[in-house]
Design a protein around this ligand. Structure first.
Ligand code: ATP
Length: 436
């Protein structure tokens, strides 16, 4: 899919609002500048994206451990990391309509009014500042973290000592980051408050190149394995002039957004930049000492840095499909089972009281295993459509025969195949069908 498709973006934004994935924040007060709230389905989808990442990056590996660092930290962290001096975007003002833009995001004139009467670019620091304690003075300034990565660097020694890991090993973290973006937009693609999933992989310096390539492949595959079609994904290596000051190599996993190719995740070879910077500023020796060889060195770092909220949006865009069932069109989210908000919907065929106890019993059997929906309103056809539209892989229908034969019908979202299974075998049957 090389052709941008702006309509799809609008379709997804509408679906997200209508079905409860993502709402504009503070909507009853007219909204609040590109901030969003995650609704009942969005919170599940986002959590599943993060869990899938944690599973691949931490659970299934014995060389990566997790942490959860504070969002606020000593300002010295951001001084040493270079964020206070360098975490800036070039800001230009349009003298005609007074809009502000990121200089590297505009070509020619002002995107709003077309005027070419723009100010020179000036550096704008993107960190959100706050004050800790009741007195608003410079001594109390703190910053909301603009990335989760520094939490791993400042805890390098703690983790090394408590886990006795030996390079190559990694520290992973997921959580909120904050950037005062000049031009947030494209729904949750770029917001000022967002979630990241980052991992710092510490390696012997002479292995950095090979691990960089390893993580580029591994991270690209992660998205493909979770259902993003290959044609919507690519790896783009940065040109040397594009590289950040600390990077010896960066590649982006890019996704074909409705408006064109854009970053989904960045993988950077950060060398020993961060550990050295923090060692110098803190006076601690942020090194690895290999007792076997007597060698002491500062590991190099390969960092796969992904956005959870941005990835959630990409998964939604890639999963969206419209097809025809029995001459009727339907919307379906072909989300990977791991990501689907609800795995199972339990649907009594009709709202008749006689079916409710049996349907409730089925629900109580399935609920301990998976997130389930229960719906007894409207016609069964409409309820199937509703579940298709939110990506539920399996509907379990309880009908009048169930009362006699203690069997239910499983309907599969993608193939529409229906099979009848005994209630007692339902959990086993669903387990074998749900892809982990
Ligand atoms: P960009 O060039 O798009 O501003 P970046 O290169 O500064 O992004 P990184 O610092 O590499 O981004 O952050 C890692 C990941 O975090 C990005 O690939 C993206 O998925 C996510 N991310 C970064 N900024 C935002 C944001 N403002 N809103 C949502 N996700 C973001």
């Amino acid at each position: 899919m090389d052709v941008p498709n702006p309509e799809l973006a609008e379709t997804i934004v509408n679906l997200c609002k209508r079905r409860g994935f993502v709402y504009p924040s503070s909507e009853i007060y007219g909204g609040f500048r590109s901030t969003y709230d995650y609704g009942p389905l969005g919170v599940l989808l986002l959590r599943n994206v993060k869990e899938a990442w944690w599973r691949a990056m931490v659970q299934l590996r014995d060389d990566v451990v997790g942490i959860d660092a504070a969002i606020l930290s000593s300002p010295r962290v951001w001084e040493a990391s270079g964020h206070l001096a360098n975490f800036t975007d070039p800001l230009v003002d349009c003298r005609n309509c007074k809009e502000r833009w990121r200089a590297d995001h505009i070509e020619g004139g002002c995107p709003n009014c077309g005027s070419t009467d723009l100010t020179d670019a000036r550096a704008f620091n993107m960190m959100f500042k706050t004050f800790v304690g009741p007195v608003e003075e410079d001594a109390n300034v703190a910053y909301f973290r603009p990335e989760t990565a520094q939490g791993m660097f400042v805890n390098f020694l703690n983790v090394l000592q408590t886990t006795r890991k030996k390079p190559p090993f990694g520290i992973a973290q997921m959580g909120k980051s904050f950037r005062n973006e000049i031009t947030p937009g494209n729904f949750v693609f770029r917001t000022r408050e967002f979630e990241q999933m980052e991992m710092e992989y510490f390696v012997p310096p002479d292995e950095a190149k090979q691990w960089f390539e390893y993580w580029c492949d591994a991270r690209l595959s992660w998205y493909a394995d979770l259902g993003i079609p290959e044609g919507m994904l690519r790896l783009r290596h940065h040109d040397p002039e594009e590289l950040s000051h600390y990077s010896a190599g960066t590649a982006d996993v890019e996704f074909a957004y409705p408006w064109g190719w854009g970053e989904l995740e960045g993988i950077a070879n950060r060398t020993d930049f961060d550990l050295k910077a923090h060692a110098e500023a803190s006076g601690e020796r942020l090194e690895y000492f290999d007792q076997a060889t007597g060698e002491r060195y500062v590991p190099h770092v390969i960092e796969p840095a992904a956005g959870a909220t941005r990835a959630m949006m990409a998964f939604l865009l890639a999963a969206y499909a419209e097809d025809e069932v029995g001459g009727e069109s339907r919307t379906v989210l072909r989300l990977h089972h791991q990501l689907a908000p609800y795995k199972v919907a339990v649907l009594p065929l009709s709202k008749k009281d006689t079916l409710t106890p049996a349907a409730r019993e089925v629900l109580s059997l399935v609920q301990p295993h998976w997130m389930c929906d229960y719906d007894e309103t409207q016609s069964i056809g409409k309820r199937y459509r509703r579940q298709d539209e939110i990506g539920t892989p399996f509907c379990v229908t309880v009908d009048f025969d169930t009362l006699d034969d203690r069997a239910v019908t499983i309907r599969e979202r993608d193939t529409l195949e229906q099979v009848r299974v005994p209630v007692d075998a339902l959990v086993d049957e669903l387990s074998s069908r749900l892809t982990v």
